[in-house]
Design a binder for this molecule. Structure first.
Ligand SMILES: [Zn+2]
Ligand SMILES: [Zn+2]
Length: 244
């Protein structure tokens, strides 16, 4: 399959990014949604995908080749149509997912309350983060008060109304996003679509839920939401201490 990023004209969504899937999941439902995992940011957001039936060929023959690719009848669809096809076909374990969200939200709520109390965070008046140092600095009246080590979870774009995991976003440095790939692994292993899919339609509540899951899975001590020009970036704090 062709990995070149390119645009296409979708009859429904207009000029969009092109993605490539097997013919069976363009219209189908419940057929499975399989893809190869890559750590290459440019390719990872919309990986080429195929149904369970095609996946049998993929696994039996150890990947796609010029000989077996005809099975797929590769079809280009736009990124919005891709999200929809994924939603219809991925074998999502909804019950396990909702349970994980509930546990995680509870976990983060407790951590945030403890942080607020220990560091009087409600009184601090300035927050600034830096990817290179991997730190979030909280200040009071221009003085550094508290320093946290951070890992970026992802971001919500209010323009496109989507959530994008940090691991699929080339604008984050590797050092401040690498641990987040563990969530993708878990999503693939346990069939949790929101964790396995790089980008999907979501709002701020979804952003906090993903951040809660990240905090719970990675044992974070807190989280922070940073406003940007076009939505919010979410990060977890892996450790926190008084500024020296
Ligand atoms: Zn197929
Ligand atoms: Zn479309």
């Amino acid at each position: 399959m062709d990995d070149e990023p390119c645009t296409m004209r979708c009859a429904e969504h207009g000029e969009r990014q092109a993605t490539f899937v097997c013919r069976h999941i363009v219209e189908g439902a419940g057929r499975g949604f399989n893809f190869a995992v890559s750590d290459d940011d440019d390719q990872v957001a919309w990986p080429d995908a195929w149904c369970d039936e095609c996946n049998e060929v993929y696994e039996a023959e150890d990947g796609w080749s010029e000989e077996n690719e005809a099975v797929l009848a590769v079809t280009a669809i736009c990124d919005f149509c891709y999200m929809r096809a994924r939603e219809r076909n991925f074998h999502h374990d909804r019950e396990a997912y909702l349970e994980l969200v509930e546990h995680s939200v509870e976990y983060l709520k407790k951590r945030q309350a403890a942080l607020r109390e220990t560091y009087s965070m409600g009184d601090l008046d300035h927050f600034s983060w830096d990817q290179t140092s991997g730190q979030l600095v909280l200040s009071l009246a221009g003085e550094r008060a508290v320093v946290a080590e951070i890992v970026f979870v992802g971001s919500i774009s209010s323009r496109s109304g989507t959530w994008l995991w940090s691991w699929a976003n080339p604008s984050y440095l590797e050092a401040v996003k690498a641990p987040m790939r563990e969530l993708r692994e878990r999503g693939l292993e346990l069939d949790l679509l929101p964790l396995a899919g790089a980008c999907w339609q979501g709002d701020e509540t979804d952003g906090w839920e993903m951040t809660s899951i990240a905090a719970f899975v990675l044992g974070a001590v807190g989280a922070y939401r940073s406003p940007g020009d076009d939505g919010f970036s979410f990060m977890i704090m892996t450790s926190v201490g008084w500024a020296q």
